[in-house]
Write a protein that binds this ligand. Structure first.
Ligand code: HEM
Length: 304
């Protein structure tokens, strides 16, 4: 049994993996700000009590990102992409989301995720120890699904052409009680991966510019697809998907209207900052994110 993981352990592991980058996010260091809005659908407004889904337009600060703590990571890397958003609600309230482009997370528990990061650290010779990492994955089968998904699916052609998964289970209040849900943002423009040729020739930086071009020519939109859970569906382990036959509904549309600027730089997209009528499921990974993001936020705001 591993000792319980602490938020600071992750910050240390990220620094060991990616080096020290003063003032940068310790995870998802490379990214681009965007602005837009979310409007809930009529169906979601009827079903859910949260003001996020009232059907009124909610302005949003958004950030698209590359996973990992390297601010110069190449945009064609086989790693998750991130979409974070902070929605403005009445009475100066906000609702945050911070999602990944993989349908499952990379580990079942904070301890397993921390062990994975540590197994990825360079050895005494300064090189990654691929045998150690492979042995860790074998001993921790929960770390396989995301890894295999990333091997089997090409990196996205654009930030606008990936689906982004909330991954954790949340409880959405309805007039008839709470529903356990999971959800994703599905790109209106479709999912598109880099071809092998594009992968081989991709420059280090193309995702931010490509998104800007797309937004300049047509609105970039995502449908917020909510999956309704059944009693007994897992709510504590984001490395495991729910059965594929669960009912879904379109809960609204996220529209990206501009790309660039630095409005998202000073934001902490803490995914436990939720609107009334939405609460987090019992998920130790989701709980771990708040203290880890807070440490990263404090460091980067103070130039560390
Ligand atoms: C224990 C697990 C995790 C740890 C320790 C962790 C750690 C971090 C840290 C330190 C940051 C930088 C925060 C900042 O400086 O503002 C970050 C950013 C981010 N994380 Fe995680 N994370 C975890 C799990 C997840 C999961 C499950 C998701 C998706 C469901 C996710 C998605 C993101 C995204 C999208 C960002 C970028 C947010 C932004 O653009 O500001 N992370 N993470």
């Amino acid at each position: 049994e591993e000792p319980p993981a602490q938020a600071k352990d992750f910050i240390d592991a990220f620094q060991g993996l990616f080096g020290e980058h003063k003032g940068a996010r310790k995870g998802h260091a490379k990214g681009v700000c965007a602005v837009g809005s979310f409007t809930g659908s009529a169906e979601a407004a009827r079903l859910f009590t949260s003001p996020l889904f009232s059907g009124e337009r909610r302005p949003a600060q958004i950030r698209f990102s590359m996973a990992g703590g390297n601010p110069a990571v190449p945009d064609a890397t086989r790693s998750p992409r991130g979409l974070a958003a902070q929605f403005s609600l009445p009475d100066d309230r906000v609702h945050n989301i911070a999602t990944l482009s993989t349908p499952v997370f990379g580990a079942a528990t904070p301890e397993s995720f921390l062990g994975l990061l540590r197994a990825s650290l360079p050895g005494p010779d300064g090189k990654p120890d691929s045998a150690k990492l492979a042995a860790y994955r074998t001993a921790h089968p929960d770390t396989q699904a995301q890894f295999q998904w990333l091997q089997g699916n090409p990196p996205p052609w654009s930030y606008a052409n990936a689906a982004y998964f909330g991954l954790h289970t949340f409880h959405f209040a309805t007039a008839a009680g709470e529903r356990a849900v999971r959800w994703r943002l599905q790109p209106r423009d479709g999912i598109r991966g880099l071809t092998d040729a594009e992968l081989a020739s991709a420059p280090a930086d193309f995702l931010a510019a490509r998104l800007s071009q797309q937004v300049a020519s047509a609105p970039v939109q995502f449908d917020w697809i909510v999956t309704l859970g059944q009693p007994g569906d897992n709510e504590s382990d984001p490395s495991r998907p729910w059965p594929s036959d669960r009912p879904e509904l379109n809960a609204g549309t996220l529209t990206i209207t501009a790309v660039g600027g630095d409005a998202c730089t000073g934001l902490n997209f803490d995914p436990n900052v939720l609107s009334e009528g939405i609460r987090a499921g019992d998920d130790p990974i989701l709980r771990m994110r708040s203290p880890a993001y807070a440490i990263s936020f404090g460091k980067r705001l103070s130039g560390q």
